[in-house]
Design a protein around this ligand. Structure first.
Ligand code: SF4
Ligand code: SF4
Length: 478
């Protein structure tokens, strides 16, 4: 089974029925015909972006009992965190990175700026694989220290600053490209990993090689060499390479969700991406836990006392408002102590969870090798690391996009309905992760009767992620 060629694998994995093909052709035709309208869509989205990010800064604060229907600031906040954040991540399952190619105003602004810029060659520091990882970590931590979810000024700083960076990078580097989207967007890499789970693929009609290609020539704004395209993660679904009337190029294809990860060795499995998945899940968890765990306050207290006794009185001073939340009018002033504690706690959670997931994945890889799995320890580690993608994605949606579920509390289902919906979503992610682990082992050539043992560490690792997000799903245990 593991000896199948790449094209045999694709044929098996793609959804081939005539109706699916007809729907794909109709979608292709629609977007190719109306491609020129996309710039208008992006212009409207840019105005919506400004409306959500900037307008609340100039409005009076909402009263305590405000709802999205009674105050614009609360409405904008719900749009951002209750709808945009969770729905963009969920949408990758159904439509891949369609948000990026069709709607995102930031990527579009970066590309527009590129048309007027000096078009410098993309420098190696930008194309370094760690750049989007660093970008994600930086923005995630800054978002927490400035209070991006609670203060309109902080949302304007983080999202406005990111937009500015996208325009500057886009203006400076590449020619007719989106260097920002490919190399630096803080959420691009995350959307990319999760898009591997997605039900759509833009596949070349004729693939020249089974090795993923990168090129600054050609039509692709995210620098994919489309004749050597094997993975979904950098494809922003802009439809530019699609031409239904031409023999070559790329076509839209529906496939079974998750199949790219089941067959990850044929789709450019990448250790950096796996480490990013581990680190990103950990830092997002830290960003949630510091807000809810009583132990964080105890640690803060102890560290504060210790720093005063050790001559670090500056820890008791507020820092600059661009770096941490300083809002006396809302009774919230972060001290350097808070900044150090939040940053340290988030980074600590990141390292801890990444170490736990790496340890379990190492066990899986070693056991898979003993059970007859092919490849090296490292290649099996990388492949098996992808099994955590579903559980990581639903954890992010539940933990940081929890507002999406809040309206359920106003139905007859009440708060139990909120917990039930979150629990169900998490269960789906958990089962899907286990299923992916089993399929990856099958692809490694581990026979069915021996798969259960290397699956166990993956199951425990998945449960460990669930345990970390437990307060987000069911609240704190009393
Ligand atoms: S990569 Fe980032 S900036 Fe680019 S389109 Fe996607 S979300 Fe927008
Ligand atoms: S592969 Fe095609 S659809 Fe995907 S980003 Fe590149 S040009 Fe757009």
């Amino acid at each position: 089974m593991n000896k199948m060629t790449f094209d045999e694998v694709r044929t098996k994995a793609s959804v081939r029925p005539a109706t699916a093909r007809k729907v794909a052709a109709a979608v292709e035709g629609f977007f190719v015909r109306h491609r020129t309208w996309l710039s208008w869509v992006h212009a409207v989205m840019f105005l919506v972006f400004l409306g959500i990010i900037l307008v609340p800064v100039f409005l009076p604060d909402p009263p305590g009992n405000a709802t999205p229907l009674t105050h614009y600031t609360t409405f904008a906040n719900y749009l951002l965190w209750g709808l945009w954040f969770p729905l963009v991540f969920m949408s990758v399952i159904f439509t891949g990175r369609s948000w990026c190619g069709l709607l995102c105003p930031m990527g579009a602004a970066a590309e527009k700026a590129n048309a007027y810029g000096p078009k410098f060659k993309i420098p190696s520091w930008l194309s370094w694989e760690g750049t989007p990882v660093a970008s994600f970590l930086f923005v995630t931590v800054l978002g927490q220290t400035v209070g991006v979810r609670d203060h309109p000024e902080a949302a304007a700083e983080v999202f406005g600053g990111t937009m500015l960076a996208a325009i500057i990078i886009g203006w400076l580097f590449g020619s007719k490209k989106r260097a920002w989207c490919r190399h630096a967007c803080p959420i691009g890499l995350l959307l990319g990993v999760f898009s591997r789970l997605g039900a759509v693929e833009f596949a070349p009609w004729t693939r020249k090689s089974t090795t993923e290609g990168y090129t600054d020539r050609g039509v692709c704004p995210t620098l994919i060499d489309i004749s050597r395209k094997t993975e979904s993660r950098h494809c922003i679904e802009c439809f530019r390479c699609v031409n239904p009337s031409a023999k070559g190029g790329v076509h839209l294809e529906f496939r079974k969700p998750g199949v790219e990860i089941e067959r990850i060795r044929d789709h450019h499995a990448n250790p950096v991406e796996v480490w990013f998945l581990f680190l990103g899940t950990g830092i997002a968890l830290g960003g949630f836990l510091w807000l809810v765990l009583p132990i964080f306050q105890k640690m803060r207290q102890s560290f504060g006392v210790w720093s005063i006794h050790n001559g670090m009185a500056w820890m008791g001073q507020p820092g600059p408002a661009w770096l941490m939340s300083v809002h006396p009018e809302r009774n919230e002033i972060f001290l350097w102590l808070d900044f150090v504690m939040i940053t340290g706690f988030m980074l600590g959670c990141m390292v801890l969870l990444a170490a736990v997931l790496a340890a379990f994945t190492s066990c899986s890889s070693a056991l898979a090798g003993r059970a007859g799995g092919d490849g090296t320890f490292g290649s099996r580690f990388t492949e098996l690391g992808y099994q955590y993608a579903p559980v990581a994605m639903v954890s992010l949606i539940i933990g940081l996009g929890g507002k999406l579920f809040e309206p359920i509390a106003y139905t007859p289902l009440g708060i139990d309905g909120v917990h039930g919906a979150k629990g169900l979503l998490f269960l789906i992610g958990l089962l899907w992760s286990i299923r992916l682990g089993e399929r990856i082992l099958a692809r490694q050539g581990v026979v069915p009767s021996r798969r259960w043992l290397p699956l166990m560490p993956g199951l425990i690792g998945t449960l460990a992620v669930g345990l970390g997000w437990w307060p987000a799903i069911f609240g704190l245990m009393k």
